[in-house]
Design a protein around this ligand. Structure first.
Ligand SMILES: C[S@@+](CC[C@H](N)C(=O)[O-])C[C@H]1O[C@@H](n2cnc3c(N)ncnc32)[C@H](O)[C@@H]1O
Length: 645
């Protein structure tokens, strides 16, 4: 055995999601390294701490720093402090692949994740940190009728497993958030805050989030988003006309609109223009058969008097015309002759009117700047949305509150470019996925989606249930499959087989870890738990679990995407999985050899993960393996990380 390396040096893989507090400290350290210092911990060992005095000094004069004693502006509600605990509690769960429900499982970039979105957002932190271009969500509006998922920071996975019927639920009740229950708004805010906080981490620096909401929570949501995204990143509160005619039997004032609240991650966000509509182009005509094509007459004066721009112009009919009182021409006297010569001024059909400027359609921008008013003509309406879903499910009414695909296509047009990823973690019937597939066909830009949806149960007596859909996630998945089939038969006409857009779907399901030692938080472990944990160490992978399931847990927790390419290699008769073209190598064989370790190291992966039990207790083999990766890393550009599980 070498002197420098012991088997204990071998790094154990961490089975949790990203440690959010640790990540924030790392970011702060990068920004302000000077505020970190070392003190002695309770065990006498040096520990890294933050020097708050230095932090205050870095941030400005002490009087500028809020110290908790004075009144301050901000948003508070009961339970807000626990939201931070909920965010910081790492997830020990996993996402299990489900081939049977997927389409093009091995090649697609599109994901459908069934589960509570809080746990799922935590699990996506390592692999999608800063990678998502657009988030669209349509959360429960808090009308008193919807179910608000009960978050418990100490047992969130257990709550989910009971909810989804994956363990005995011992009669646990999950109810809707009714206005009479009290703490009505705070319960909703407590549900939304951690999710939006974690979602922000996933956005790219030039990313953007869109949130559908109505009058019930729009004010609270805006103030909460100001806090999470920063007031300076507020982009707009779009008013979307959700209905096309008022409900005349309603008392009071009928709301015909919803909002779409828009925040960017940073100032790096740049929107695309919206395509010009037929209606907008109609204003361009060609009254004088100009060979440059259709044009529109625009005012040739401005609303201010300037002596140098107030002069007579002679019309073709021979009349002298001036701008109206208090106005001036937009061009100088010297420019007029050139404009007339180029036939860029329009004096009316009879050549006797005051001139206007001819603005040619070919010279205007390709698109139009989005505004905050989206009529149902341009973005669809609620009835249209229901019809779209009904068309795919002619025999049932699958979902009562879908959004129209045109609304989300419009958001995509403003935001998405080739290769971008879009996330919706309140997916419902998966309108977002449907809209994006339509967008891919129309715009010929390959974008992919991640849908997250709770398996919210459907009533046993409901028509959906009787047709085999047990929960809303079942409806969402089936809608994607049906919409894909529909679009490939209609939108795919004339497209070559190898140029067919990605209409696939990889289904993953939230579940407890396959590694028993990762299923439990050490801080909560009781004596009995610890005994179980030690026993679990002996055979620490759940029996009967497929290699693929274990593989997905490992690659996710190593920070790779579930859509990354997976190849199977045979090295010295042992199976090694190569993820993302060899960036990560995983070997789940139960007997490792030094020749195999050498062969893996020869492939120079960024990370290699194998099973601890593969060493069969051979400390010499382990130490040599650690040494092999250490020495190979020394000359290499990037360090090769070697971990066991
Ligand atoms: C208003 S619907 C979204 C409708 C969707 N935009 C569409 O067009 O079909 C909100 C959805 O969020 C889901 N949901 C609520 N809480 C959730 C949670 N904690 N995790 C995942 N999904 C959740 C509900 O089941 C519901 O289907």
């Amino acid at each position: 055995m070498t002197d420098s390396v012991k088997p204990a040096d071998l790094e154990k893989m961490n089975g949790t999601s990203l440690d959010i507090a640790e990540q924030r400290r790392r970011e702060l350290k990068q920004l302000l390294p000077g505020v970190f210092t070392e003190t002695t911990g309770q065990d006498g060992q040096p520990v890294e701490t933050i020097d708050f005095e230095r932090l205050k000094a870095e941030l400005g004069t002490v009087s500028d720093v809020y110290e908790g004693r004075r009144e301050r502006y901000g948003m508070e509600w009961p339970g807000k402090r626990d939201c931070m605990k909920l965010i910081q509690e790492p997830s020990r769960a996993t996402l299990k692949p489900c081939r049977e429900e997927s389409v093009d499982f091995d090649t697609t970039q599109n994901l459908f994740i069934e589960g509570d979105n809080l746990e799922v957002l935590k699990l996506l932190q390592k692999s999608y940190y800063g990678k998502v271009k657009m988030i669209y969500i349509d959360p429960p509006y808090n009308t008193g009728k919807e179910f608000i998922y009960p978050d418990k920071y100490s047992e969130s996975l257990e709550t989910y497993l009971a909810y989804a019927g994956l363990v005995d639920d011992e009669g646990k009740k999950f109810s809707t958030n009714t206005a009479t229950e009290g703490r009505f708004h705070s319960r909703w805010l407590n549900m939304m805050f951690p999710r939006l906080y974690l979602a922000r981490n996933l956005l790219r620096e030039d990313g953007v989030v869109f949130i559908s909401i109505d009058d019930n929570e729009v004010d609270n949501l805006r103030r909460m988003c100001d806090e999470i995204f920063g007031e300076e990143n507020f982009l707009a509160n779009v008013v979307w006309q959700k209905t096309y005619s008022p409900a005349n039997d309603k008392k009071g004032i009928d709301a015909m609109h919803d909002y779409v609240l828009c925040y960017r991650k940073t100032e790096l966000f740049e929107n695309n223009l919206l395509p010009r509509t037929e209606q907008q182009n109609k204003a361009y005509q060609n009254l004088d058969d100009d060979p440059r094509g259709p044009w529109k007459a625009v005012d040739a004066t401005r609303a201010e008097h300037r002596d140098y721009a107030y002069y007579p112009i002679v019309t073709p009919s021979g009349r002298e015309v001036f701008p109206a009182q208090g106005r001036s021409w937009v061009f100088t006297k010297e420019e007029v002759d050139g404009l007339i010569h180029e036939n860029r001024l329009w004096f009316g059909k009879d050549g006797n009117s005051k001139p206007s400027i001819k603005r040619f359609l070919t010279e205007v921008k390709d698109g139009v700047v989005p505004t905050t008013w989206w009529s149902h003509e341009v973005a669809g309406h609620n009835d249209e949305a229901k019809k779209e879903v009904k068309k795919l499910f002619p025999d049932i009414n699958p979902f009562s509150t879908p959004k129209p695909t045109r609304l989300i296509e419009r958001l995509a047009q403003i935001t998405l470019n080739e290769g971008d990823v879009c996330l919706d973690f309140f997916a419902g019937s998966c309108t977002t996925a449907h809209a994006l597939m339509k967008y891919v066909v129309q715009e010929k830009k390959a974008v992919s989606f991640i849908m997250v949806q709770l398996p919210e149960p459907l009533e046993k007596e409901s028509e959906q249930y009787k047709k085999g859909y047990k929960n809303i996630a079942d409806i969402g998945k089936e809608r994607i499959r049906r919409a894909a089939r529909d679009l490939s038969s209609t939108g795919g006409e004339g497209i070559d087989e190898d140029e067919m857009p990605d209409f696939g779907l990889k289904v993953l399901k939230l579940d407890q870890s396959n590694f028993r030692q990762w299923c439990m938080s050490s801080s909560e472990a009781s004596e009995q738990d610890l005994v179980q944990k030690m026993e679990a160490h002996i055979a620490h992978i759940d029996q009967g679990v497929s290699q693929e399931t274990v593989l997905y847990e490992l690659l996710l927790k190593a920070g790779f995407k579930p859509t990354d390419k997976i190849d199977e290699l045979m090295l010295l008769d042992k199976r090694v999985f190569s993820i993302a073209d060899g960036a990560l190598l995983i070997c789940l064989e139960e007997e490792l050899t030094s020749e195999l370790i050498d062969a893996v190291a020869d492939l120079e992966p960024m990370q290699f993960i194998c099973l601890d039990k593969g060493f069969k207790g051979n400390d010499q083999l382990k130490a040599n393996a650690v040494q092999t990766f250490k020495s190979r890393s020394q000359g290499a550009e990037t360090e090769m990380v070697f971990k066991v599980v």
